[in-house]
Design a protein around this ligand. Structure first.
Ligand code: AOF
Ligand code: ZN
Length: 363
């Protein structure tokens, strides 16, 4: 066995809790001594013990002189939990293998420094790329204090979101729709425009065979047109945040706020702008945002280049029609140099459809 082998295990632990630790990162840790795994663990939820704590607890007294593999630098700060670097020193480990450094300004190399200063061997950068990819939303959030945005769309082969009459249910198949529900489960919030609420009356919950964690439902609704009878108001299984402009009426706001799971955020400007929306969501510790359109909302995210990742499901069907909407609306751009440049991270077949995941360059 080598370092990569154990780090891969730690990374798979981290990956398995991805989406449930916000606003904290998903982290995995594995303790090894004399070629045997004596402890492992993952950070399960913000506010709960870090990965190292679980792994070291499992290892018990055997942790002395052992090696710990951690997917993220052990912390050095007193947060909701005491510093993991101190725990590692207390337990007498002799070596720490770290995949990537924690960019949180409260840590940022201090954890590694403290361990080294106390004579522990620390090796950094084992499977760094994989760890960085697992941590991409956390890294983005900790740096920008705004959510990492994933824009999802489901279109026909010719890029249409609906027919000319607006019919869109369903272009992609059942498997692709299930796959999208998994993303709802792993995201902190899901966002739509009021037109989608009016047209489709979606519930926006994560409906998975084994149950799921519902994201906060966010609706952009400048004039408060969300009906009190819509599913996002009457179905109380998730929180609903309605973002509105400064001209919305106070009595209409009060109508929504009689529901305990509904909150209205009124901006101090008449129009809803995406940077202000992201700022408000960031303040509410929303680290990941799943944007499910429609075309105009998608267009406004694109205009601000406020998109870090794009997930597109493409069905093998052709709809056509000059007036049939494509997944991105808005005013469009004149010059190709203003387009959003992406690189494809994966493509696969899901049921009858194709799924493409692409990441914005330089996000
Ligand atoms: C670790 N191991 O498993 C995780 C770490 O509020 P707290 O105390 O939970 O601290 C959260 C910060 O700790 C988080 O922003 C990130 O910098 C780091 N996360 N560190 O040593 C872990 N989840
Ligand atoms: Zn820690």
């Amino acid at each position: 066995m080598n370092d990569q082998y154990y780090m891969k295990f730690a990374l798979s632990l981290a990956r398995s809790v991805s989406g449930q630790t916000s606003p904290n990162p998903p982290v995995g840790a594995v303790v090894v001594k004399n070629g045997q795994i004596i402890g492992f663990g993952a950070h399960l939820k913000a506010g709960e013990p870090h990965a190292e704590v679980h792994a070291l607890q499992m290892a018990g007294d055997k942790a002395k002189h052992a090696t710990i593999y951690v997917t993220l630098e052990p912390c050095s700060h007193h947060g909701k939990t005491p510093p993991c670097a101190d725990l590692i020193l207390q337990k007498g480990l002799s070596r720490v293998v770290v995949a990537t450094v924690d960019p949180n300004e409260k840590v940022a190399g201090q954890g590694i420094k403290r361990l080294r200063e106390s004579g522990v061997q620390v090796d950094v950068g084992i499977l760094k790329e994989e760890a960085d990819s697992i941590n991409k939303a956390f890294f983005y959030y900790i740096q920008h204090h705004k959510p990492f945005v994933t824009l999802k769309s489901a279109t026909s082969l010719d890029g249409k979101l609906a027919t000319v009459s607006g019919e869109s249910q369903w272009i992609t198949g059942e498997e692709a729709r299930q796959d999208a529900h998994l993303y709802r489960h792993t995201h902190d919030a899901i966002l739509v425009g009021v037109n989608t609420v009016l047209k489709d009356n979606p519930t926006l919950t994560a409906r998975l065979p084994l149950g799921g964690k519902n994201p906060v439902r966010v609706v952009l609704d400048t004039h408060l047109r969300t009906p009190l009878q819509s599913n996002i108001i009457t179905k109380k299984d998730a929180e609903t945040l309605i973002i509105t402009g400064s001209e919305a009426r106070q009595d209409t706001i009060a109508g929504y706020e009689q529901f305990a799971h509904v909150e209205v955020i009124q901006l101090d400007q008449p129009e809803i702008t995406i940077p202000r929306v992201l700022e408000e969501l960031g303040k509410r510790k929303i680290m990941t945002l799943f944007v499910e359109g429609g075309a105009e909302v998608n267009g406004s995210f694109l205009k601000e280049k406020a998109v870090q990742q794009v997930i597109t499901y493409i069905a093998p069907t052709i709809i056509g029609g000059r007036g049939a909407p494509t997944s991105i609306g808005g005013d469009g751009i004149e010059s190709l140099s203003d387009s959003l440049d992406l690189s494809i991270t994966s493509f696969e077949r899901i049921g009858k459809d194709l799924k493409i995941v692409a990441e914005a360059k330089n996000h």
